[in-house]
Design a protein around this ligand. Structure first.
Ligand code: PSU
Ligand code: MN
Length: 309
């Protein structure tokens, strides 16, 4: 069967894609495993509204009853946010075939969302943060499949950089090895998710969404393939105090090790602990930076659509 037989495109999304109108994909792991209820539902709804306000069509992606759904209903968002109707798995590339064949429900990570977006014909995707090279990866080999996906699948991902729960320097090195273009919007420094600076220089700086769209066009015109990472620093007023967030991250990492959390549980565990340790401040910052990314992704998608017509 062709891939299309596994996809359910929302009619509005299908129409926009066919017309070459701007579309922005949104992931669902952030809803089911990245944030608590009800803030996760609020975030998912607000993200879709922001993409619309900015003149693009939102396409939140998830696996619903064994179907790849591109563009969700309100009831799907609720199901993903509450996880009441049974398990909502966290799906990365390796999980897709098993989950689809067994008619499961799953939230898609950055990697899996890129794959599904690409199947649907969507080029732009907004998220909060991507997975990366974990600290200690030299021993434990914990490198997110998001990175290899960026090397493979032709979708542009707007994120607020990489959290310092990860090894930011190694993540940038690995992206360089994989040949993934990394551009930072309006900054000479690569952002660290909750904060605007990471101490690592931007591999490239781009000052506006139109230039970003032109770079994407050129990248794919040249047949270089794979994705592009667009790092969009958290707005100053929503950034966290670097010392506060670092303390929480260090504590969460220590607990993660003590409790022997492994594999795909690590990122959700750390996010949950950081939220508690910062008394919710990290969650607020997280929500605001994703909104900022959705706005930027929609702007780039608009320029992308103009250049394509
Ligand atoms: N970072 C966040 N929130 C998230 C994630 C990352 O701040 O929800 C999710 C994304 O879906 C990302 C995934 O693709 O975690 C990476 O998981 P892992 O490290 O297990 O590859
Ligand atoms: Mn991992």
């Amino acid at each position: 069967m062709p891939v299309s037989s596994y996809l359910d495109l929302h009619p509005e999304v299908a129409q926009a894609i066919a017309a070459g109108a701007p579309v922005v994909a949104l992931e669902s792991t952030i809803i089911s495993h990245g944030m608590p209820y009800p803030e996760n539902l609020e975030t998912a709804q607000r993200l879709e509204a922001i993409v619309r306000e900015e003149g693009a069509v939102p396409a939140t992606i998830a696996i619903i009853g064994g179907r790849v759904k591109v563009g969700l209903e309100e009831s799907d968002l609720l199901l993903l946010a509450q996880g009441k109707q049974g398990p909502v798995f966290k799906a990365s590339r390796r999980d897709l075939s098993m989950l689809l064949a067994q008619k499961q429900y799953a939230a898609t990570t950055v990697a899996a969302t890129m794959i599904c977006a690409s199947w649907a014909g969507i080029k732009m995707f907004a998220t909060g943060g991507i997975g990366g090279v974990h600290r200690g990866a030299g021993d434990n080999f914990d490198i997110s499949a998001d990175l290899t996906e960026l090397a493979t699948t032709p979708v542009a991902v707007v994120s607020a950089g990489v959290k310092s729960i990860l090894d930011i320097g190694s993540t940038l090195e690995y992206l360089e090895t994989l040949g993934v273009p990394v551009m930072c919007l309006g900054s000479d420094e690569f952002p660290a998710f909750y904060t605007r600076s990471s101490g690592f220089p931007a591999p490239a700086r781009v000052n506006d969404p139109e230039t970003a769209a032109r770079i994407l066009h050129t990248h794919w015109d040249l047949g270089l393939g794979g994705g592009v990472l667009i790092a969009n620093p958290v707005p100053e007023q929503y950034a966290m105090d670097p010392a506060t967030i670092q303390l929480a991250i260090d504590q969460a990492l220590a607990e993660c090790e003590q409790q022997k959390i492994t594999g795909k549980e690590i990122t959700p565990f750390l996010l949950g602990r950081i939220k508690t340790l910062t008394e919710g401040k990290s969650l607020f910052s997280n929500m605001q930076l994703v909104y900022h990314n959705a706005r930027m992704a929609a702007a780039i998608a608009r320029h992308w659509a103009q250049l394509s017509s």
